[in-house]
Design a protein around this ligand. Structure first.
Ligand code: ADP
Ligand code: MG
Length: 326
């Protein structure tokens, strides 16, 4: 199965940041309230994640590492309306086919922890007893050690870590009630203590900066089942560049062209040409009106009524910007 897994890995595992994203999403799916991510050398040497989620039972460890092991889809209707973050059932198998992966876990009801190690051509899984608190640790070492062509595409340690940080910030913004900690080469880089779900602005301040949130224009608009909640950079922080553009659709971070376009158009109409407005925007639509699986890495969406969504965002943002002027 190694080859098939490595082919799948080509889709799922583009770079260390994609591993981090898949692992964190699994922890969120498992109900974790705390996730610690430790990175070594831009993730190329090691990515280690610990969570306090529901854990994986001993006799399911091997299954978790095999392809299409997902327990998250039970029928087609589920597929259409799924809000659970991951559902393709190939992330762990893919990652383990291009790294040395160790999975250690203890569900609350299991008296001892077990560890599964997966490496080599046959993807043989070895199980050993281990010591571990409730929850799961996944250790991904030597990413792409057996796929030199992929390894060649890795950028510098600094660049790869920036991608990881970006993924981390996006997840932190969409999950304020989860405590998230990130270290790089043993140094704490990001610490996001849990905040109440209704205190999103506090998490935004932690992730994007207090200056942004203090000056941001806030708006919330509902229209025919679409909801927009937005923090919009005002003129003082407008030049803060594209690394402060965060959009989410139904809780997932998206780098969506349509959303970006709608927001820029609104800024342009309100205040003239603006290159890179800063914003944090949450959009909720009915899951049936949106296809999140356009790309396997899930950065893109396709709206059923894209024109409507575009114009709704544009108008809502424009109204908020003009209101502030007046
Ligand atoms: P998917 O998330 O699409 O189901 P993955 O390959 O990402 O597929 O994970 C395989 C399975 O392993 C999951 O369905 C889940 O049952 C289990 N799993 C993975 N990570 C965790 C975790 N951190 N805590 C609990 N279970 C996990
Ligand atoms: Mg997953």
């Amino acid at each position: 199965p190694q080859l098939a897994n490595q082919i799948a890995a080509g889709e799922v595992v583009e770079r260390p940041a994609s591993v981090v994203k898949e692992l964190i999403e699994n922890s969120i799916d498992a109900g974790a309230s705390r996730i610690d991510v430790d990175i070594e050398r831009g993730g190329h040497k090691r990515i280690r994640l610990r969570d306090n989620g529901k854990g994986i039972a001993k006799d399911e460890l091997e299954l978790a590492l095999s392809r299409h092991a997902t327990s998250k889809i039970s029928n087609l209707d589920d597929l259409e309306s799924i809000l659970s973050l991951g559902f393709r059932g190939e992330a762990l198998a893919s990652i383990s086919s291009v790294s040395r992966l160790t999975l250690t876990s203890r569900p609350r009801e299991q008296s001892e922890a077990w560890q599964a190690h997966c490496e080599g051509r046959e993807m043989q899984v070895k199980l050993n007893p281990a010591a571990h608190p409730d929850g799961t640790t996944i250790d991904v070492a030597d990413l792409f050690y057996n796929t030199p062509a992929r390894r060649k595409f890795l950028r510098t340690e600094k660049t790869e870590f920036q991608h990881i940080e970006d993924v981390f910030k996006r997840i932190a913004l969409s999950h304020p009630s989860i405590t998230l900690n990130l270290t790089h080469n043993d140094k704490p880089v990001r610490r996001f203590p849990a905040v109440a779900q209704d205190n999103r602005s506090r998490r935004i301040a932690a992730v994007v900066g207090k200056k942004f949130i203090d000056n941001a224009i806030y708006t919330q608009v509902d229209y025919e089942g679409i909801t927009l909640e937005a923090w919009l950079g005002n003129e003082q922080v407008l030049r803060s560049s594209s690394d402060c553009q965060f959009s989410f659709v139904n809780g997932r971070g998206m780098r969506d062209k349509l959303i970006l376009h709608a927001i820029r158009q609104a800024y342009e109409s309100a205040w003239g040409v603006i290159e890179q407005p800063a914003f944090v925007v949450f959009l909720s639509v009915s899951p049936r009106d949106v296809d999140v699986n356009v790309h396997p890495a899930k950065h893109e969406v396709r709206f059923q009524q894209s024109r409507l969504v575009h114009d709704f965002i544009c108008k809502s943002v424009l109204d908020a910007l003009i209101d502030t002027q007046g």
